[in-house]
Design a protein around this ligand. Structure first.
Ligand SMILES: NC(=O)c1ccc[n+]([C@@H]2O[C@H](COP(=O)([O-])OP(=O)(O)OC[C@H]3O[C@@H](n4cnc5c(N)ncnc54)[C@H](O)[C@@H]3O)[C@@H](O)[C@H]2O)c1
Length: 435
């Protein structure tokens, strides 16, 4: 079986390499010539654990290729996956489908055989039908089916997520599309992964509903953290106490600086717009978006409070920049408004991140300096802020006392033990914990 994937970003590259690992012949077409050149040289433009090895192995086995021309990539492909970006449109928050429709148009005009076009990109409800109309209009001579196969992988654990997903969702209105996708996902079916077949619109909505729900869960525990701070309770214990209830579940109950990343912010915004336009506005999602925005823009103020209200002239070490560990993705990272706010308030920020500094540098104020490791960043600092919970920071706690000048420690991920940190002389503040 041969398939093509249009877009060699996080989702396209991971799905392409994983489908190749299933034994399928995969051509990933990436429009950006610089990225394509890297891929051809065996270099991976993004950081994702294990991806370099998986790509190299499958390329060497002849199952994964990066053709220079789209026509070559889609030649003889039974399924063509669209995995291009769908960022929030400037101004109104709708998902911007420019890349999706451009990719579909390029594909259908060059296609010379019947095929199934599958959206892996997260697209608003109704997009699949619009793609089908476009394909019918441009190529009335060809049988082109459309399916929706939303992706649920998480950056940082994308390969295990793809190889052992909780479920696969396939939305399709034709038996041929269902049959092609059933065959493609057979290796997962054999390990008893539930494959949920639905109509196109339902599959499209499942993706937004899943991300909306998870964003809501994070926002809920963040609000509980604020309440904990006011009443002297501990949010970690609240999360454990409610999370052990099987109806609630323990995941996505980590209080923190507010959600970021390439998906939740844009998908909650898009879901808000989709529901408003459909005449069934989601008040819950509207609140999630507003609460999270407010939380992230208040981060610099929270840190200033730990310094007694003023950070002007203070040297502050910022530990972690990416929106979560094990990725260099900086999209909507809480570190962005935090660092910008601190610099605006006159702080001297020294930042360190194990992998995201190159991506972060052009996004952060020019005044920020960067250190080669966490302890160097903290050396001589008046205070430190832990923003991303990279594993290597977990054991740092008491070592920080040996190198820092001041003793302010703001832990936005509740990584450190407050008792140990206070014993080490720190003015420690976590999220939703008694200080
Ligand atoms: N990143 C995630 O964790 C994740 C998880 C699930 C779903 N998604 C969804 O998957 C989609 C892709 O996300 P991503 O993070 O991989 O985006 P990305 O920006 O990393 O990658 C998209 C790639 O597509 C390329 N591209 C754009 N137009 C093209 C065209 N016409 N032909 C060939 N290549 C083209 C771009 O150059 C880019 O490299 C989005 O809709 C996103 O919401 C992302």
């Amino acid at each position: 079986m041969k398939i093509a994937i249009i877009g060699g970003g996080y989702v396209g590259l991971v799905s392409g390499a994983c489908f190749a690992e299933f034994g399928v012949s995969v051509a990933v077409y990436e429009a950006d010539s610089a990225k394509r050149a890297m891929l051809l040289e065996g270099k991976i433009p993004i950081y994702e654990p294990g991806l370099d090895r998986l790509v190299a192995d499958n390329a060497a086995a002849g199952r994964l290729g990066f053709p220079e021309r789209l026509g070559e990539a889609i030649s003889e492909a039974e399924a063509i996956f669209i995995a291009v970006g769908t960022p929030a449109r400037r101004g109104d928050g709708h998902a911007d489908l420019t890349y999706v429709f451009a990719a579909v148009e390029q594909v259908v005009t060059q296609l010379d055989h019947p095929a199934v076009i599958v959206t892996k990109s997260t697209v608003p409800v109704g997009t699949g039908q619009k793609i089908a109309e476009l394909a019918r209009r441009l190529r009335p001579d060809l049988e082109i089916d459309v399916a929706s196969n939303p992706e649920f992988l998480r950056e940082g654990s994308a390969i295990p997520d793809f190889m052992r997903p909780d479920r696969v969702v396939v939305g399709a209105d034709s038996e041929r599309a269902r049959e092609v996708l059933r065959r493609l996902y057979r290796p997962l079916y054999l390990i008893e992964t539930p494959i949920v077949f639905t109509g196109l619109e339902t599959a499209e909505l499942i993706k937004y509903a899943a991300n909306g729900f998870l964003a809501m869960k994070i926002t809920f525990i963040n609000e509980m953290a604020d309440l904990c701070e006011s009443v002297g309770a501990d949010v970690n214990d609240v999360a454990r106490g409610i999370g052990l209830d099987g109806r609630i579940g323990r995941k996505f109950l980590h209080a923190g600086p507010g959600f970021g990343g390439s998906c939740f912010p844009k998908d909650t915004l898009a879901l808000m717009r989709i529901s408003e336009e459909a005449g069934a506005p989601s008040r819950l999602i509207q609140s999630v978006v507003a609460i999270n925005d407010r939380r992230k823009s208040a981060l610099a103020g929270r840190v200033a409070e730990a310094f007694g209200g003023d950070v002007a002239g203070k040297k502050i070490a910022v530990l972690g920049l990416s929106f979560k560990p094990e990725t260099d993705d900086m999209r909507e990272a809480p570190s962005l408004p935090l660092v910008e706010g601190l610099v605006r308030a006159g702080a001297l920020v020294v930042a360190f991140d194990p992998v995201a500094m190159d991506v972060a540098r052009p996004l952060l104020p020019a005044a920020v300096t960067y250190a080669p490791d966490a302890l160097t960043a903290a050396t001589g600092a008046d205070g430190a802020v832990l923003v991303t919970e990279w594993n290597e920071f977990r054991s740092l706690g008491p070592q920080l006392a040996g190198v820092m000048r001041g003793r302010v420690l703001v832990d936005l991920r509740n990584v450190f033990d407050p008792v140990a940190m206070k014993a080490a002389g720190f003015a420690y503040s976590g999220i939703g914990r008694k200080h």
